[in-house]
Design a protein around this ligand. Structure first.
Ligand code: AMP
Ligand code: MG
Length: 493
């Protein structure tokens, strides 16, 4: 008999009763593997060869439930664009089960687009090929950039059409791997219902799973809240350092693990403008690039609020403790951001004037809408004396010329050998990011012509974002003005 494909070790369903309903995926017409992530499969200790197959497509689209899987739909609440919904939940997703990866880490294996669940509300429970591949691509790109993220194990065509505003679209299921799917909204669900026992059980699950060092801490709930704050601060600083705009930072899209989740309307900055918004549904710019740290703090405050009953028996004292956590977020974020930005400038030491130096570089970029990624990358050439590629990004170079003098003084005071500065900088400034126009080209070919060549090429280039690659120069270039004009992203739901 063939061995089971997955060795599930399901803890969530035992630890977090009341968080989910058992549910089965809906069979699809004709599952066909679009992309299987062999590297991730190996990390998970899976038989990549056997799964990258028609049988794998069937298992990872929900047509056949793998042996040992106990599929369930999670329930959660959440603030969406500031408005609280007491019950959201996986409307079109299912947790198949948990796997222990080769490093001993517990990982969720989930399906997205696997049919309606009791939480589907008006939705059809389906996902389209375009958004599924977008999530695959962006997740891999973020992973290669060293940013914590959920990842795609597979994207499977369903052989069915689904219906959206834009017309009928080919359907797909995404097999998603996450450190867990516990969100701020999961806690909000129990807090809103006053179910303190479940709230506590979920907190224990999160501590055991994501913050095991805190298990014996005398004040572990408070310590965990601080730790979540720390991870979120680090995550958002990473996003900001590469110009990532999540686009829909609702509290149900913020994980307790500190991973990026839900690549709906996300996109990377091109021309630097801190107010950039790409998402078509974000009319007021709530989730604009520059707002992300502020929103993360706001989301953390919602988590702290939900955790009040765990923090102290005395409600007044609980509020004081929660406020302390929220108040330290800005400081934590700033510390991570400065550390990353210093590296982007090739600076190894600390100086009080560094934040100003960084801000001034960004300001001169904003004034002339200079490409964020190229500007930082071209600093490397400038470090070795070739300022031309950098200066050429500015139409009017007076401001950048003055800034370069200050930067050189700072590098000199830093004292480290230029090779060392250059290496630190090279590893902090990607040359390749998922450029919006390239993403669109790759998805269009895959969706409309089932041509995966552009997607594969892009995935390959993005898998080594810091290394210059032969014949990949075009992937480093910003969109033309025409391509960039009015670029909009959609949730794809
Ligand atoms: P998202 O914006 O993708 O995070 O989705 C927000 C909520 O809507 C989640 O609870 C999803 O499960 C649900 N949802 C989104 N699209 C669909 C759909 N097509 N069918 C059912 N539920 C959906
Ligand atoms: Mg979501």
């Amino acid at each position: 008999m063939a061995p089971p494909f997955f060795v599930f070790d399901n803890r969530f369903m035992h630890d977090c009763v009341g968080c989910f309903v058992p549910w089965q995926p809906v069979a699809v017409a004709a599952p066909k593997m679009i992309r299987f992530n062999r590297a991730l499969a190996l990390e998970l200790g899976l038989d990549a060869e056997a799964l990258d197959s028609p049988l794998g497509a069937s298992l990872l689209s929900g047509n056949q439930v793998p042996e040992g899987a106990q599929p369930l739909a999670q329930v959660y609440a959440g603030h969406q664009f500031g408005h609280f919904s007491p019950q959201l939940g996986d409307g079109r997703a299912l947790l198949l089960g948990e796997l222990i990866d080769r490093y001993g880490q517990r990982r969720d294996l989930a399906l997205k687009g696997s049919g309606r669940t009791p939480f589907a509300r008006g939705g059809d429970g389906k996902a389209a090929v375009g958004p599924v591949l977008r999530e695959y691509l962006l997740g891999e790109a973020m992973h290669a950039l060293g940013i914590p993220t959920t990842r795609a194990l597979a994207a499977v065509r369903t052989g069915e059409w689904i219906h959206r505003d834009v017309g009928r679209l080919p359907g797909a299921v995404l097999a998603r791997v996450a450190a867990s799917h516990v969100r701020v909204g999961t806690f909000q669900y129990f807090a809103a219902r006053g179910e303190i026992g479940s709230l506590r059980a979920l907190a224990e699950h999160v501590i055991a799973r994501h913050y095991p060092d805190l298990q014996d801490h005398a004040d572990r709930y408070l310590a965990c809240l601080h730790a979540v704050s720390e991870r979120q601060a680090a995550l958002i600083a990473h996003w900001m350092a590469v110009g990532f705009i999540h686009g829909v930072m609702n509290t149900d899209n913020m994980t307790l693990s500190g991973e990026t989740i839900d690549y709906g309307p996300c996109a990377f900055l091109d021309a630097y403008d801190p107010n950039t918004v790409f998402s078509a549904i974000d009319a007021y710019g709530r989730y604009a690039y520059a707002n992300q740290p502020i929103v993360a703090r706001w989301n953390l405050a919602r988590l702290a609020e939900a955790w009040l009953p765990l923090l102290d028996e005395d409600p007044q004292r609980a509020v004081t403790l929660a406020n302390e956590v929220v108040d330290t977020f800005a400081r934590r974020y700033q510390r991570h951001w400065i550390a990353l930005m210093r590296k982007k400038l090739g600076i190894l030491t600390l100086e009080a004037g560094d934040p100003k130096l960084i801000e001034d570089f960004l300001s001169t970029m904003a004034e002339q809408r200079v490409d964020f990624t190229l500007a930082f990358r071209h600093l490397s050439a400038a470090l070795y004396g070739n300022e031309e590629p950098l200066r050429a990004l500015w139409m009017e170079p007076t401001g950048i010329a003055a800034w370069l003098v200050r930067w050189r003084d700072r590098l000199a005071r830093d004292g480290a050998p230029p090779e060392e500065q250059a290496e630190v900088q090279r590893l902090a400034n990607p040359i390749y990011i998922p450029r919006n126009h390239q993403v669109e080209i790759a998805l269009k070919a895959a969706v409309e012509h089932e041509d995966l060549a552009p997607l594969d090429r892009l995935l390959t280039v993005l898998s080594h974002p810091f290394d210059e690659q032969p014949d990949a120069a075009a992937y480093a270039l910003p969109a033309t003005a025409d391509q960039a004009a009015g670029y909009r992203t959609f949730c794809g739901t």
